[in-house]
Design a protein around this ligand. Structure first.
Ligand code: FE2
Length: 594
């Protein structure tokens, strides 16, 4: 049975194809269209999935959209009516922004793909998040929690799931919290207040939090209170996101927290104002964590399950995930590599397969590499055409050479196998460097990533060595598999891991098991043999404002436009030194001109 899942028209569109119960391809539209956060109908991603599996649209048994447009329509209409008369000006805009073509989704999908309308199905948004978290995790029984800004109505849900080998799957939802009461919206409101981009820059708030103290927790608690049923409610007088698209916080919010930061104002942590912004970030982060921990702890007691599967955009918050693991009572927490809306494409397709069609349970491959693959020979051709040195290596020799490059402080663009699905580079489209000095961090920021100095870089370490350098609690290895948790760097190693140690001594570490990415694992070991420390800095392979690279040509273009020293795709290593052949040609031309 061939089932296509689609997530679109909000931000970060994606498509995923499930064949006979197993995902075969999943990719975000931005990686193909090259527009960051592309929210358009993911035609390129769909095409890529179908091409990968070698099937035509008429061979699809179902196409599943990741939410129910009519329920969302209902929410926007209801909120607009509640907000009347303040909302009447913004209503047409909200309709256009939030819904656009969504209401007509069945017809759109049917006409784009040429599939009959009866084959177009819908899942609820939080069902898609729940399925993406639970059905991709190697666990049979688990509590499930989802949290994001908003889907149709739900903003947080709790429930459980059970899988029977080769038998039926059950996913239940016990309760949900509904819009406008939303942890995601609370966090996004602070994201906007602190001058960052909503739905995109939430992780900057998390990075900034480490520089502040949670001195404003009491104030944040005025905005959000716990309810008798174990949920929470926002005091809406501090917010405007539910009545207008123009501003998410109200004048009362500004009275409480002070002047908002302009996006163009640098954050100077030496000033009282800069510190206030960091304290705001630390305070909302603390309240978010406390609230999640309490809800999860109750869920642990209610279900008795040792595992928690956590999905939705809020599950990208690695600090909160680490606290959930430490304090909610679960032994393991599974956060999928794409917990946000892009991941709903895979969730919707799996939900449809297991629940709608009742197909038997299948164990799924436990990795994030579901996109198109790179071809090293394509890179070699591109580089040679431009007169750059491109050498194709045998596997072992390549690993040794790249370990040597890294040990010599060269910045390496590393492309390998299939593209990651989700926002994080987990070793197939990564920029790798030595992690030891702040100079390397500053060089990366200055020459390649151009990002705010308060944002940390992440490390990658083989599982065998992880405990030596990082304080990974029981169950933490699982959370660190897809870089979903923030853990302390051991004090004695911080001075030798400066580029990846955040100001509070933590790191969002990826703990790598060999089978997931054998070549990167081998590279870490080879690097460890040379330097004594098998840890590398691993940041996503892209320039600021661009999506992560996919094909060799994008990696190559990024390599040329930045001060990256070495580029690898498959077995091909490219450097900016002119090749001997090209140099001879160049000399010849010079002679002729002379
Ligand atoms: Fe969502």
């Amino acid at each position: 049975m061939n089932i296509l899942g689609i997530s679109a028209h909000y931000h970060d569109s994606a498509a995923a194809l499930v064949v006979d119960g197993i995902p075969v391809c999943a990719v975000q539209e931005e990686r193909l269209s090259r527009h960051k956060g592309d929210s358009a109908f993911p035609l390129l991603a769909i095409e890529s999935c179908l091409e990968h599996a070698g099937i035509d649209p008429d061979e699809l048994d179902a196409v599943v959209f990741y939410e129910r447009p009519m329920l969302k329509f209902d929410r926007i209409l209801t909120c607009a009516l509640r907000g009347f008369p303040q909302s009447w000006r913004t209503f047409p805009n909200a309709m256009k922004n939030s819904l656009g073509e969504k209401v007509w989704m069945r017809g759109i999908i049917s006409s784009h793909l040429g599939v009959p309308a009866r084959k177009v199905l819908f899942t609820e948004h939080h069902q898609s998040h729940a399925a993406a978290a639970f059905l991709t995790a190697p666990t049979r029984h688990a509590a499930i929690m989802t949290a994001d800004a908003v889907g149709e109505w739900a903003t947080l849900s709790v429930g459980d799931g059970e899988r029977t080998p080769n038998g039926p799957t059950r996913i239940r939802r016990f309760r949900e919290i509904r819009f406008p009461h939303s942890l995601g919206m609370l966090y996004s409101t602070f994201t906007a207040y602190l001058g960052f981009k909503v739905n995109e820059d939430e992780y900057k708030v998390m990075g900034l939090a480490a520089y502040g103290q949670p001195t404003l927790v009491e104030e944040v608690h005025k905005l959000i209170g716990r309810t008798a049923d174990g949920g929470f409610a926002l005091d809406l007088s501090y917010f405007e996101f539910h009545t207008t698209a123009e501003r998410s916080y109200s004048s009362r919010f500004v009275e409480l927290f002070g002047r908002p930061r302009s996006p163009y104002e640098p954050i100077d942590l030496e000033t009282a104002e800069g510190q206030r912004f960091a304290d705001c970030a630390a305070s909302v982060q603390r309240v978010l964590e406390d609230t999640l921990v309490e809800i999860a702890r109750a869920l642990r007691q209610e279900t008795g399950f040792a595992d928690l599967c956590f999905g939705g955009g809020v599950a990208l918050n690695g600090l909160a995930n680490a606290r959930l693991l430490a304090e909610a009572g679960f032994e393991r927490i599974f956060v999928p590599p794409a917990p946000g809306d892009a991941g709903c494409a895979i969730g919707a397709a799996l939900y449809c397969d297991r629940i709608h069609f009742g197909n038997p349970d299948r164990d799924l491959p436990d990795h994030p590499f579901w996109g198109p693959s790179v071809d090293g020979s394509e890179l070699a051709r591109l580089a040679r055409e431009d007169g750059h040195s491109a050498v194709e290596f045998e596997d072992g020799a390549l690993i040794d050479q790249i370990a040597e490059d890294l040990a010599a402080d060269r910045i390496v663009g590393w492309m390998e196998g299939a593209l990651e699905f989700g926002p994080r580079a987990l070793g197939h489209r990564s920029i790798l460097t030595a992690p030891h000095t702040t100079e390397m961090r500053d060089r990366l920021n200055r020459e390649i990533k151009y990002r705010e100095p308060f944002r940390p870089f992440a490390p990658v370490v083989p599982v065998e060595a992880a405990a030596r350098y990082f304080e990974i609690p029981p169950g933490g290895t699982r959370l660190a598999r897809f870089m979903s948790g923030v853990f302390p760097v051991r004090r004695e190693w911080r001075s030798r891991l400066q580029a990846i140690t955040h100001v509070d001594g933590s790191a969002r570490v990826q703990v790598l098991e060999r089978p997931m990415a054998p070549r990167l694992h081998a590279l870490l070991e080879a690097y460890g043999r040379r330097t004594g420390i098998p840890v590398l800095l691993n940041t996503s392979f892209n320039l600021a404002g661009e999506p992560i690279v996919n094909r060799p040509i994008e990696g190559y273009s990024t390599f040329l436009r930045s001060k990256m020293d070495v580029l690898v795709a498959g077995g091909t290593r490219v450097t900016k030194h002119t090749s001997v052949l090209a140099k001879t040609q160049l000399d010849k031309i010079k002679e002729e001109v002379a």
